[in-house]
Design a protein around this ligand. Sequence first.
Ligand SMILES: NC(=O)C1=CN([C@@H]2O[C@H](COP(=O)(O)OP(=O)(O)OC[C@H]3O[C@@H](n4cnc5c(N)ncnc54)[C@H](O)[C@@H]3O)[C@@H](O)[C@H]2O)[C@@H](O)CC1
Ligand SMILES: Nc1ncnc2c1ncn2[C@@H]1O[C@H](COP(=O)(O)OP(=O)(O)O)[C@@H](O)[C@H]1O
Ligand SMILES: [K+]
Length: 515
Amino acid sequence: MKVVLNEEMRKIDKTTIEKYGIPGIILMENAGLGVVEEIIKDFKRDSNFTIICGRGNNGGDGFVIARHLYNKGYNVKVFIVGDSRDISKDALINFKIIQNLNINITNILDEKDLLKLKEGILSSTVVIDALFGTGLSSEVKGIASEVIKYMNKYSKYIFSVDVPSGICGDNGQVCSLAVKADKTITFGLKKCGNILYPGAEYCGELILKDIGIPREVVDLMNLKFNIITEEIVKDSIPIRKKDSHKGSYGKANVIAGSFGMTGAAILTCKSALRSGLGLLRLYIAESLNFIIKTNVPEAITVPLGEIRKGVIGINNIREILEGTKDADVLTIGPGCGNTSELSEILKRIIGEVDKPMVIDADGLNVLSKNVEWLSKKKSEIVITPHLGEMSRLTGLSIEEIKRNPIEVAKNFAQKWNVITVLKSARTIIASPKGEVFINVNGNPGMATAGCGDVLTGIITGFIAQGIEPLKAAIISVYIHGLTGDRVAEKKGEYGLVAGDIIEKLPYTIKDVIGR
Ligand SMILES: NC(=O)C1=CN([C@@H]2O[C@H](COP(=O)(O)OP(=O)(O)OC[C@H]3O[C@@H](n4cnc5c(N)ncnc54)[C@H](O)[C@@H]3O)[C@@H](O)[C@H]2O)[C@@H](O)CC1
Ligand SMILES: Nc1ncnc2c1ncn2[C@@H]1O[C@H](COP(=O)(O)OP(=O)(O)O)[C@@H](O)[C@H]1O
Ligand SMILES: [K+]
């Protein structure tokens, strides 16, 4: 499912109007009707409505909503924030129509008008927020910010039109303050700000309404941002053939674990195997071999000589490189320790291995001191940083990344030609070609140690099975989040641990692919 930035939505509207001849006023009518359709599902005829409109087209949608609710016999009051002489073109047509109806219209120009607004809101069952949509252009200040405070403080139930007012449609950031909606009805395509946090939380329940934008217009735009859906995932997992053997499902080599951090290796290996992988080889310091063997008997281990307790050194590089010759993927990093030994190994691997690679955790920590190594890579690489790791890789603060996660992931992917999986509550996958895939499942129960190792294992397993790395990353992130949700549904979010996701993984995959 495509998702857009404000500017892209403006272009879509403009093309629809100018090239396809559908007047903006019709789109506005459809938008307003779309909201009314939702409202009448939820609220009976005796409900009272306060509709708060800005002077742009978002306000115009509000005037349409007012007219239709009024016609249906609902009690409606309209408030316009700012001078009604500044109402924009299409919105003005709809404003003039409601002036002809017996609808109470009040201007909110300054603080002295706020008392009327407060009374209006308090006497209403529902408030419709049609103050700002995709046209919000700066921080909210002055009277508009007071209006938003009143909406949040006094409303019983808020429907936001397109985007909660005060939320930036591009990145979901709060522009000083924003409406906390119960339901948001967005039009044509979801906006990035409806999906990314904190915007997603401010939307409440998000509903997408068709407003009659021609299919061709959306196709023409060559939109690069997507929400990951089950359809994308379902069609990408290959059917297991009857006449097959373990060699048919790939060989994965994994470098993970060190003294004190064998758990990361175990979780990564188990997850890869639970994702349908044929054969897994773990390169591990010899003193840790027994722990791995007893915990993941299905893994083949390659015990390596150690430089100090539980840490392997560059002296093993020949064996590691040799081992990649018949492997389908090499994964490096989980629980390896942020050591100079790992750094030496990673440098050689990036420069010499010509198989797809997954770099996670400590692999990324050592890479962050030498990102330029990526320009020497011989193969497709997937990196899976969380916000802290991305901060180290880019030199940006976590706050800067959170403000614009799509841009940050996209820029990194394009600059270094790597598939970038930026993990957070909304994981973003960016490809070197500028495509972006946003994952919307998963839950805070997954904010627990080891869940990242599980994701790395799943990606490893799918790449080994021959799924191209970008697709493997997309599928894995979706299945990982969905499995987390299924665990949380039964166990709740508090007691969820990474191992639970591994146990449930086979069932999720079975249900997603339908066999
Ligand atoms: N033809 C179209 O473009 C359509 C637009 N639609 C609606 O129109 C919205 C976009 O309309 P617009 O582009 O007119 O923009 P908005 O109505 O979202 O906002 C623009 C208005 O808000 C003011 N404004 C912006 N930032 C402000 C700030 N920080 N403080 C105070 N005032 C501020 C502007 O001066 C302008 O009056 C969409 O979100 C959607 O709801 C729909 O009606 C469908 C068709
Ligand atoms: N609030 C949340 N909502 C959805 N997914 C989450 C949330 N918190 C964490 N996750 C997911 O859990 C995983 C955590 O990974 P990471 O931080 O690398 O953990 P670790 O390094 O301990 O294994 C990521 O895939 C992330 O997207
Ligand atoms: K709005």
